[in-house]
Structures are given as C-alpha cells and as structure tokens.
Design a protein around this ligand. Structure first.
Ligand code: DC
Length: 254
C-alpha cells in the first residue's frame, strides 16, 4: 500500500502482510497501538519488536521531530521559531515510508534525502529537538501527518502524545517508563553501539532536562493517557515488555 498526503508532510507507507505472520495475535485491520513514555525508556525497541511480532507497521514519531531539528540546524533556523520551522517543512517536505526492513524500521526523508540513525541521534540534534517539538505550528503538522498514517494501516506508534493527542481512540495504549539509572544505562549502550562517545554525567543531565522540557511544555506535554497501561521496564527486558503488550492487545481484541 502506498500512502500519500498533502504537503508539507508527505507520507509513503508500505503495509506488510500483517495478518499472516506466525505469532500474530490479532487480525484486526483497525489495530492501533500507542506507546508513549519518557526518553530512553525503551519505547523504540519495544514498539518495533511489538510491531514485528504482530506483523503490523511501526513508526517512531520522535524521528519526525528529529528530522525537522536536522533541517533547522542545516538552515540555521532557531529551534524556538515555530513560524520559520513551519516554512522549513514547506520548502523541505518530510516524507515517511513505513518499511520493516529499513535500518530504523521505517525510512524518513527531508527534502528528498534519507536521514540515517547516526544523523538523527547526533548530540546537536538531541540538544534542540525538545525545543523544536514544543512549537505549536510544528505539532499541528506532525500530529495530522501521524493521524493520516494511522488511518491507513494498523500500526504501532511510539512517541510522547500518541495516546493522549494523536490517537486518543487507540484500542491499546501503553505508557512505558523506567527508573532514571535504567534509562541512562540504556541510552549509554544505544549511543555506544551507534559509535558515539558517551559521558554518563552529561547523559544524566540531558535525560533529566529532556524530561523537564517534554513534561512542562504548554502543548501536549508528556503524560500517560488516563486509560493507558503503565509498564515499568526498569527490571524487565524488552522481550517481556512485548509479552505484556501482546497480552493487552489480545485482551482488547474483539
Ligand atoms: O523519542 P525521541 O527522543 O526521539 O524524541 C525526540 C523529541 O521529540 C523529544 O524531545 C520529545 C519529542 N517528541 C514529541 O514531542 N512528541 C512525540 N510524539 C515524539 C517525540
């Protein structure tokens, strides 16, 4: 399936043979799974593994905000200038293609060029992305694009506001959290694997600062939806978290 939508965010989606996978616990074409939570709680690993197990699509919406942060850095646009960021999305449209075989589990393009994990995870991008994501003009575009993706295919969507704002009617909402030390350790391993130098003290400061910004912003602050299942992943591995989510999915399936 190919999904296209109006500018400024262009979407191209590829739907997998989701209903025929071994281990697939549901065949509902309306399945939407929202996974929210703070930075480094394990959302992307768990969301991707859940999508794989269920045979449905996966999108980490944080990558969309990170892509815009990359564009802002390249263009010299201030991270807190919502109007200029909105113009940037017009001149360099962001495209998303859902494709399980891609490095990230999906592909993301800005102005026609694909961005890789190293670029999206760079310190420069991480330093400004929370400010970019706090701009109302930016969120309006991103949320409507994310809704269009979820409208066209069963999907596991990870982010901060998926269960509260993007897909408030999602039948399955998960809020994935973990202790600060567990999150620091997880991010440290992730960054090292991607080839980045890591300073644990700086990492702790960065995670706490991003929590503060994500939770205190005026629009769509990070918070669990009232009907979200809260899972603390501090002491359990990703596989067990996926088991728990699949149990919630099975219970929610008609
Ligand atoms: O998950 P992440 O670290 O890649 O997210 C990058 C930033 O984008 C983070 O500061 C929170 C923000 N974000 C958001 O505001 N809403 C989302 N749905 C996803 C991410």
């Amino acid at each position: 399936m190919v999904i296209t939508a109006t500018l400024p965010v262009v979407l191209r989606g590829r739907c997998l043979a989701w209903a025929n996978r071994p281990g697939c616990v549901t065949k509902s074409s309306s399945l939407r799974i929202a996974i929210d939570g703070p930075a480094a709680a394990g959302k992307t690993t768990v969301a991707r593994a859940t999508a794989h197990r269920l045979g449905i699509l996966y999108l980490d919406t944080g990558a969309m905000y990170r892509t815009l942060a990359c564009l802002a850095l390249r263009a010299g646009t201030d991270a807190d200038n919502g109007a200029a960021l909105a113009r940037l999305m017009q001149t360099s449209p962001i495209a998303v293609e859902l494709d399980e075989s891609a490095q990230l589990g999906f592909r993301i393009f800005a102005g026609g060029h694909e961005l890789d994990e190293t670029t999206l995870s760079s310190n420069e991008v991480t330093a400004i992305v929370s400010t970019v994501a706090a701009q109302p003009q930016v969120r309006t575009e991103m949320v409507s694009a994310q809704r269009r993706i979820a409208h066209d295919a069963p999907v596991v969507m990870a982010g901060r506001d998926i269960g509260t704002v993007v897909l408030p009617d999602a039948p399955v909402k998960i809020y994935l959290t973990a202790s600060i030390p567990a999150r620091i350790e997880r991010r440290r391993r992730q960054l090292q694997a991607a080839g980045f130098e890591v300073d644990a003290h700086r990492l702790a400061q960065e995670i706490e600062e991003r929590d503060r910004l994500d939770q205190s912003r005026a629009i769509s602050p990070l918070a669990p939806a009232p009907d979200a299942h809260i899972i603390d992943s501090s002491e359990i591995d990703a596989e067990r978290v996926v088991d728990e989510i699949c149990a919630v999915v099975a219970a929610a399936s008609p």
